[in-house]
Design a protein around this ligand. Structure first.
Ligand SMILES: Cc1cc2nc3c(=O)[nH]c(=O)nc-3n(C[C@H](O)[C@H](O)[C@H](O)COP(=O)(O)OP(=O)(O)OC[C@H]3O[C@@H](n4cnc5c(N)ncnc54)[C@H](O)[C@@H]3O)c2cc1C
Length: 833
């Protein structure tokens, strides 16, 4: 057995096997896979094997799409038939809202080139007469996916991997990891059978590997402990049952009719598919418990839990309702197995926090569907340094150090239970909240705040009625303009016409200082560094020249900088920054990095009257001029005192209005809140939430990280050349220039439906040609119509170009407008006073 390899993959389920295969296919000829038991002995063996395209994420759709295309090629390569039944997938809607969900999904899927069609109840009945359709509104049908045999597809990938030189070692368990500065030393223990259990023997070896990937499925908590990191992947019980033969189905098939598609009844939290003349019923029921929160016992191998029929009774009755002929069929077999989940249901794929050359591929709930694409894109990240799609939404660092086992377990139960709920784009999930709150939380709540979840923080989305029932926000959700919309309109208007106060405390904040700080940041980011007391917007790039992080940099002193980045990405940003500093300290000199995110609260005050509000409370020898353009110009930062609160004020406003960000000691937040609220009263100051802010920043074409800005586009493609100083050398510059302009970020005004705005996931057309996609969407109070931002092919990106956006399965006219359509010359932001 080899003890020195380029890459070591831990775990021989569908995911690990695919990664090993794809690493070899990408050109690494020294790959080894360790499996503590047998291949597929984890969750893979008992999966139902469905390969659903459907999900709401751009990255995940690409991953699923790759898998489905890849699995179709495996037999030719390996000679092994994985039983891919391309029967299609029928998603039925019992309500109009469910149809709207599918319409939004279909538009997103189209951005990735995934085909689907809508069927009426009559069309469903005509094709599949055994399905009851009288209570359906319609269905979404994909004819290119279906189901596969999970063990067989894994074995086919294993064969393909071996053919490409991968060494697969079974009955070896990775037990300890040590980074020696250039390689991982992985202690592996030979596993032996004892009394039906799989236990470690005394035989151990150390394998040296340049890269390690963990794909340890239900054992993720043990893996996390060994690595000294947190991985919020904890399994939940998941059941499906196999029914005896259904004579009506058998007769129908005997007549030469094709197999039924996988029939998904999301409103009944279940799916049904054919299995040897009968049916399989799979469910996503309520109250399925998390398991193995502190590790998998030795006694649990390729085992199952006891079936809990009571828990799935409602779904069972719903199956009989949907396919009445199955009522007489008895129960033939049942499966209740651990299915790994994460708090948002997406797997954790990418570099591990704080570690070098350690890659995670954990927390797969649709691991058979995702295995192929995960292997493909993760191999790109490992071999080429980046994947061709932005993998940030799957990055393991999207959760912070604040998370605990209890939090992950309860959130994972919620994610499971939510699989088939209506996925409103304005959805907020309730479990484990509130958890991370700023001091002003109670005050904001008392004033009607409806909160959104950002990396654990509670951040006001909008301010609704003060005495709203607990269900207010839930009931306000919609695929159209929901019950919260008018509140956001009023808030946006307050900022354009008067003054508003936004809580932006969730921002990620780092201090970077020391003798090497300036030279490092000059190399690390694209823009010129600001002078002391000034700020700049700038980008840290990936090695491939795409956007890794957006920073507002405030220069506090010659060698001290305050970096502000997106609140959702604290650990993701911190990890990249710290690793880059560690790599470059020898070149640039000592650099200290402090994450001060939780030490500083942030209020953003904005609007034409914001200066008046601040002037009433600022303590200064000459308060009348303290906030003037002369003493406090746009894009500068000053230490000011508001009442008794010391504030690092930055003259910048993400809403594109006259305004300041007020960074303050978090422990003084309530004092400052009360002070500003009182001072704002005579000016009609409104508390404003994130939804209004999101609309306002689109009127200014301000790109947002995670939507317009990410690892699939360069800042030049984001059309931000003014923040890229091509006169200097910076990390990723050559790669950025080599990429050219593959697509371009644009702002669009949209003549959409009278009662709906786009969400930023919709496909864009020019005539019959698909030319791009929206990445943001919303309503513009200034223009009185829908607005959006997105990426289009460069030859369709000229200002004035008329395109169409697909919403509710219809094409609506829209037009590319000049950047910053509201106040293009920044007159209001620069206003003196
Ligand atoms: C009832 C049920 C039905 C499902 N149906 C579907 C479906 O229809 N479609 C779908 O896409 N998904 C389905 N799933 C989910 C699917 O089973 C999983 O997402 C998928 O199997 C995960 O694959 P994996 O490789 O990540 O994990 P696993 O298959 O669990 O593999 C992990 C492997 O790592 C090994 N391992 C762990 N630690 C170590 C170590 N330290 N050293 C060496 N080896 C180690 C384990 O022994 C195991 O073999 C279903 C799950 C259940 C429970």
């Amino acid at each position: 057995m080899k003890t020195n390899v380029k890459a070591l993959v831990i775990g021989g389920g569908a995911v690990g096997t695919s990664i090993a295969y794809h690493l070899a296919r990408a050109g690494w000829d020294d790959v080894m896979l360790l499996e503590r038991d047998e291949l597929t002995s984890g969750s893979t063996w008992h999966a139902a094997g469905l390969l659903p395209y459907f999900n709401m994420s751009f990255a995940t759709t690409h991953i699923h799409d790759y898998s489905i295309r890849f699995y179709k090629t495996l037999e030719e390569e390996t000679g092994l038939n994985a039983g891919f039944a391309v029967v299609g997938n029928l998603r039925m809607a019992q309500t109009d809202e469910r149809m709207e969900e599918y319409q939004l999904y279909a538009s997103t899927a189209e951005t990735c080139g995934v085909p689907s069609v809508f069927l009426t109840p009559d069309e469903i009945k005509a094709k599949w007469p055994l399905i009851r359709t009288d209570d359906l509104k319609g269905a979404l049908y994909h004819n290119t996916d279906g189901y596969i045999n999970p063990a067989d597809v894994t074995m086919a990938m294993a064969k393909g991997a071996r053919q490409r030189g991968v060494a697969i070692e079974r009955k070896w368990q990775a037990d300890a990891f040590r980074w020696n500065g250039s390689h991982w030393e992985v202690t592996a223990t030979k596993m032996v059978e004892r009394g039906g259990n799989l236990v470690p023997s005394d035989e151990q070896i150390v394998i040296t590997a340049e890269h390690v990937v963990t794909a340890s499925g239900n054992h993720a908590q043990r893996t996390a402990k060994m690595l000294g990191i947190k991985i919020p992947a904890i399994p939940v019980e998941h059941q499906f049952i196999v029914m005896d033969g259904d004579p009506a189905l058998q007769a129908w098939r005997k007549d030469g009719n094709p197999e039924h598609p996988v029939v998904r009844d999301a409103d009944a939290q279940s799916y049904v598919r054919e299995e040897r003349g009968g049916w399989i019923l799979g469910v996503y029921e309520k109250h399925a418990p998390a398991r193995f929160e502190y590790g998998v016992p030795d006694s649990f191998r390729a085992d199952l839990f006891e079936l809990d029929l009571e828990r799935i009774e409602a779904q069972y009755m719903a199956m009989i309702h949907r396919i009445p002929s199955c009522e007489e069929s008895g129960l033939k077999n049942d499966f209740n197995g651990p299915i790994c989940y994460t708090p948002d249901g997406n797997p954790l794929v990418g570099p591990a926090p704080g570690l070098r050359n350690m890659w995670l591929a954990e927390g797969f709930s649709f691991g058979i569907t995702a295995a192929g694409g995960t292997g493909y894109y993760l191999a790109q990240m490992m071999v080429d340094g980046e994947a061709e799609i932005d993998m940030a939404s799957l990055d393991p660092k999207r959760y912070g150090d604040w998370m605990t086992t209890e939090w992950a377990a309860r959130k994972n139960e919620e994610a499971y239970e939510h699989v088939y709920i209506l996925h409103h784009p304005d959805e907020e999930r309730p479990a484990c909240r509130p958890l991370r709150t700023t001091p002003a939380f109670d005050r904001q709540k008392a004033r009607g705040a409806q909160f959104g979840w950002v990396n654990g923080w509670e951040r006001p989305n909008y301010f609704g009625p003060v005495d709203a029932p607990d269900s207010f926000d839930h009931d306000a959700r919609s695929f159209r303009r929901g019950g919260w919309w008018q509140y956001a309109v009023d808030e946006a208007r307050a900022i354009r016409e008067g003054v508003g106060l936004i809580d932006a405390s969730a921002f990620t904040k780092h201090v970077v200082k020391g003798p090497g700080a300036a030279a490092f940041l000059d190399w690390f980011t694209t823009n010129k560094l600001p002078k002391v007391g000034r700020i700049n917007l700038t980008y840290a790039l990936t090695a491939h020249g795409t956007t890794r992080t957006e920073y507002t940099i405030v220069r506090l002193a010659e060698d001290e900088f305050y970096l502000v980045s997106a609140g959702a990405w604290t650990t993701y940003d911190a990890d990249y920054l710290r690793k880059a500093v560690a790599d470059k300290e020898a070149d640039f000199g000592r650099i200290e990095v402090q994450n001060v995110t939780t030490q500083w609260g942030v209020f953003a005050i904005a609007g034409p009257k914001s200066r008046d509000v601040l002037a009433a409370v600022i303590k200064d020898a000459d308060p009348a001029t303290a906030l003037s353009n002369k003493r406090f110009p746009w894009l500068s930062a000053r230490q000011i005192e508001l009442g008794m609160c010391p504030v690092n004020a930055i003259r910048v406003a993400y809403t594109g209005e006259l305004g300041w960000e007020l960074h303050h000691p978090i422990e003084m937040q309530n004092y400052l809140f009360d002070l500003l609220e009182k001072a704002g009263e005579p000016h009609g100051m409104k508390l404003v939430g994130a939804r209004a802010q999101n609309w306002l920043r689109q009127e200014k074409s301000y790109r947002a990280f995670g939507t317009e800005l990410g690892r699939d586009a360069t800042p030049l493609e984001a059309d931000l050349p003014r923040f890229v100083d091509l006169a200097k050398d910076f990390h990723g510059k050559d790669a950025m220039q080599a990429k050219g302009l593959r697509s371009k970020c644009v702002t669009l005004l949209i003549d959409g439906p009278a009662d709906a705005d786009p969400w930023g996931r919709e496909v864009l057309y020019h005539g019959d040609t698909r030319v791009g996609r929206l990445t943001s969407g919303g309503y513009s109070v200034h223009f009185g119509k829908s607005i959006g931002m997105g990426y289009v092919k460069p030859d369709h990106a000229a200002v004035g170009t008329r395109l169409q956006v697909k919403m509710f399965d219809k094409l609506w006219p829209c037009q590319i407008v000049e950047d910053s359509p509201y106040d293009p010359h920044n007159a209001t932001i620069r206003k003196d006073g």
